[in-house]
Design a binder for this molecule. Structure first.
Ligand code: PMP
Length: 361
């Protein structure tokens, strides 16, 4: 089998052991004679899978009992609309603008009539190369304050949350859920598309405090958290196979020591690459040191043609998906939970050789 390192920002690398387990169960799950894809979502076998997935996620993130866990569809992008529809009506809502995905969340909220969308802080002027100062006076009449804890495209992370008082924090954690150890109780709602640290695309996880449910009349059952919560995420047919793989990933994280262990592995992987970038005469990180993401690490040579050549040669050498996002250019190495440390060492060896051939800054 072709061996490569997959630096994709998402859908992203999954643990090999998870894929092997899925393969071993593919055509005959628990001696049912069926694959998980063929099970009814109302069957006891699938019910066990979804319940186990929820209870593992609760354990891994120490989710308090007064929070509901929902397995939904529509990607993180649908949450840009579901959050304001469910949490506010004719009210002020606050946003921190730290990147392209925050911008999209803001623009979707603005489409909902009657909402007063306020951007309380932004680093747009700096191409989002840092996190703006979040030591802010948060107006206490906001229905919620939305932030993106990890900016997948720009490579920044929010490590210190704003002190929002009684205003619920809503976090898009798509690219650092289960890889950085946040306290769920600090948030009113957390959402994440699965395709980075959880499993396959098609599943979206929402963790929401119960007192925030059922506050608004939502014009669609599918978009209503309260309906989804009441039905235990089985209001309609959920993405059953994606939930099954997520369960296997949760088991894998638990076996390796949980989120704290993931975080320290991620810190180690990221540090090795950042240290190299600091010393390199060719490559550098465009991101402010204090705000650097553990999961998405952009880097550049400063010469677009050379960046292109690097990406091409890297791909030929088995380093896949290093091309930076089309909006920012350069390169980006995404080092999610399942990315092996050996791949970081191998990348640095490759970059060192490239640097020797192509000179200094
Ligand atoms: N938010 C963030 C932080 C993301 O990284 C992404 C996807 N890369 C999204 C939202 C959009 O996710 P989806 O494609 O699941 O809608």
């Amino acid at each position: 089998m072709k061996e490569i390192y997959n630096f994709s920002a998402g859908p992203a690398v999954l643990p090999k052991s998870v894929l092997l387990k899925a393969q071993s169960e593919l055509i005959n799950y628990r001696d049912s004679g069926m694959s998980v894809m063929e099970l009814s979502h109302r069957s006891s076998l699938f019910e066990e899978i979804i319940q186990e997935a929820e209870s593992l996620l609760r354990e891994l993130m120490a989710i308090p009992d007064n929070y509901q866990v929902l397995f939904l569809q529509g990607g993180a992008s649908l949450q840009f609309t579901m959050v304001p529809l469910n949490l506010a009506k004719n009210q002020k809502v606050g946003y921190i603008n730290t990147g392209t995905w925050s911008e999209k969340a803001i623009s979707e909220a603005k489409k909902i009539s009657g909402l007063d969308v306020q951007v309380l802080a932004s680093s747009q002027d700096d191409n989002y190369a840092h996190i703006p100062d979040l030591n802010l006076e948060i107006p206490q009449d906001l229905a919620y304050l939305h932030l993106t804890t990890n900016n997948t495209i720009e490579g920044t992370s929010i490590y210190d949350l704003p002190k929002a008082g009684k205003v619920p924090l809503v976090a898009d954690m798509s690219s650092n859920i289960l890889s950085t150890n946040y306290q769920v109780a600090d948030f009113g709602l957390i959402y994440a598309g699965a395709q980075k640290n959880i499993g396959p695309a098609g599943l979206t996880v929402v963790i929401v405090r119960e007192d925030l449910l059922g506050k608004q009349t939502v014009p669609s059952a599918m978009l209503d958290y309260a309906v989804q919560a009441k039905a235990n995420s089985l209001y309609n047919t959920p993405p059953t196979y994606a939930i099954y793989i997520a369960k296997l990933v949760f088991e894998w994280i638990k076996e390796l020591g949980g989120v704290a262990a993931m975080e320290s592995r991620n810190q180690e992987k990221a540090q090795i690459l950042y240290d190299y970038l600091e010393e390199s005469n060719l490559f550098s990180s465009p991101v402010a040191v204090a705000d650097r993401s553990l999961n998405n690490i952009p880097f550049i040579t400063g010469q677009p043609e050379l960046d292109k050549q690097f990406v091409t040669e890297a791909e030929a050498a088995g380093f896949e998906n290093l091309k930076g996002h089309r909006l920012v250019g350069g390169m980006r190495a995404s080092l999610y939970n399942a990315f092996p440390i050996e791949g970081v060492h191998a990348l640095i060896d490759f970059m060192t050789k490239f640097e020797q051939l192509h000179g200094g800054k």
